[in-house]
Design a protein around this ligand. Structure first.
Ligand code: ZN
Length: 503
């Protein structure tokens, strides 16, 4: 029987003993029952946390929870709701807090017995799938416990050599590490995150502690908490109205989460930057400025992120001064709904959801298309809902920028995944073809014009090609080894504009 062990990657999600380098000796608050802030069904929130101090817990209860509840009520009035009721917030223990103290505070006194009971249930499961379903149900009830384990275990679910007992044994070792006397437990330092795990059986918000003096604890930042709940609201609408797109658009998602948070609180400053005395002196992002179009911002970075949808934030901030609050709120809801339709349309394009590991030309194209189309459709739907009266609504070209239509066509035509073994013929008669295996480019071959011999046979042992991106032009080159060349270490490159180059 093969033994499973997934010790390392858990650090990505779950910061535990061995992953934390700086320990802070916390002052622990008394264990409490989960805090329940209940209102109308749509605005119920359950929070669970292990706070550094009683003062932090009191501030969270007095300031953050009521704000979060009011935020959900505000958007419920136009039909936005979280995907799984009630909304749940999990606040990380301070970094360095012993797991033996942190886990009971977060998940109740029986947590260690519950972990052992899960191991027994997994061992007795009828199938691997049933075993992982049990772990999924457990981690949904105790986020983010065992989430990292589950993600690793998924890779083995169809392995005929693996049985539920093997998962149970690996899980017991994983838990043993977490229950070791010196193990610590915390998650998401300096960050908050809305999580909608792949099986979509649950969702929740994780909120961490700050480790940098320039920022407040994320769980005490009302706008950060509302931003994460904003993600819950857009996913709630998308899941309620059809299939969820395979991939997201970070420009649209992040701008929408900020727009929901700050149209609610009326403050243009997202995430206060603090001075050494804790006084706010700046903002990590602002709602009322943008410097470049979405197209240019995505092009420059090669992907969408928290900054690339800035033109949408500033659009909505401008509209706030020109239309009624009710009209704007309904328009934003229409914009959010439209984004899902656009993403689903992109998902239906050929090759849009093929597994891509090292075809950066294809990956870059679809990143660009998603970011541009999702933000564009949000713009159009918001302005369409308002009847195009406000002046900012005439600025689609300025704010969204060049759709780069010719590039989209060229990049799709030149992507190794699209070319494959059938190949393309260059203007000088050479032929370029690619051997593709799943998400990998195994080889590139170049055949001379007269059909005689192959040059630059890529070395399959070198694995993935190196990728290079020129920031100004956005051009991607995939560099392959060229062992047939006279000089050692020579490489031949295939570019996103369909040319061969050498170095
Ligand atoms: Zn976000």
């Amino acid at each position: 029987m093969r033994k499973l062990s997934f010790p390392s990657s858990a650090c990505l999600l779950l910061v535990l003993s061995g992953c934390v380098t700086e320990g802070v000796e916390p002052t622990t608050a008394a264990p409490d029952d989960p805090i329940v802030a209940s209102g109308a069904p749509a605005t119920e929130i359950v929070a669970s946390g292990a706070f550094a101090t009683d003062a932090d817990r009191e501030r969270f209860e007095a300031e953050v929870l009521p704000s979060a509840r009011a935020f959900l009520s505000y958007w419920a009035e136009v039909g936005l709701a979280v995907p799984h009721e009630p909304a749940r917030l999990f606040i990380s223990p301070p970094p360095g807090m012993k797991a033996s103290e942190a886990l009971p505070e977060l998940y109740g006194e029986s947590i260690f017995d519950d972990l052992r009971a899960l191991e027994v249930d997994v061992a007795n499961a009828a199938s691997n799938r049933a075993a992982l379903d049990l772990i999924d149900a457990f981690t949904c009830a105790h986020p983010p416990l065992d989430r990292g384990f589950l993600e690793d275990a998924e890779k083995y679910v169809d392995d005929p050599d693996i049985r539920p007992a093997d998962f149970a044994e690996a899980l017991r070792e994983y838990h043993d590490e977490r229950m070791a006397p010196d193990a610590t437990f915390s998650f998401h330092a300096d960050n908050g995150e809305f999580e909608l795990p792949a099986r979509r059986n649950c969702s929740y918000v994780l909120l961490g502690h700050a480790t940098e003096p320039a920022r407040a604890h994320p769980y005490l930042e009302r706008d950060v908490v509302n931003h994460e709940l904003g993600h819950a609201l857009h996913y709630g609408l998308w899941m309620a109205s059809g299939p969820l797109g395979e991939r997201l658009s970070a420009s649209a998602n992040e701008a929408i989460a900020d727009i929901l948070a700050h149209v609610f609180d009326g403050d243009a400053c997202h995430g206060k930057v603090l001075d050494e005395r804790g006084a706010p002196v700046g903002c990590r992002r602002r709602m009322d400025v943008y410097e470049s179009s979405v197209s240019d911002a995505v092009w420059e970075r090669g992907r969408g992120d928290h900054e690339t949808g800035q033109a949408l934030r500033q659009l909505v901030w401008t509209l706030r001064g020109e239309v009624t609050a009710d009209a704007l709120r309904a328009a934003i809801r229409d914009g959010v709904a439209a984004v899902q339709v656009a993403l689903n349309e992109i998902d239906e394009e050929p090759l849009s959801n093929v597994p891509v590991f090292d075809d950066e030309i294809l990956a870059m194209r679809y990143r660009f298309v998603r970011e541009y189309e999702a933000t564009s459709v949000f713009f159009n739907a918001v302005c369409g809902s308002l009847g195009h009266a406000p002046r900012a609504c005439d600025e689609h070209q300025e704010r969204l920028g060049d759709p780069r239509l010719a590039m989209r066509e060229a990049w799709l035509a030149n992507a190794p995944t699209a070319i494959g073994p059938r190949g393309v013929t260059l203007t000088d008669g050479r032929r370029v073809a690619f051997e593709i295996e799943g998400a990998l480019i195994r080889n590139m071959t170049v055949t001379l014009a007269d059909g005689e011999g192959e040059v630059y046979p890529g070395d399959p042992d070198l694995g993935i090609p190196e990728e290079e991106r020129e920031p100004s032009s956005g051009r991607v080159t995939l560099w392959f080894s060229a062992p047939g060349s006279a000089s050692p270490g020579a490489q031949v490159g295939w570019t996103s504009d369909g040319a061969l180059t050498a170095r």
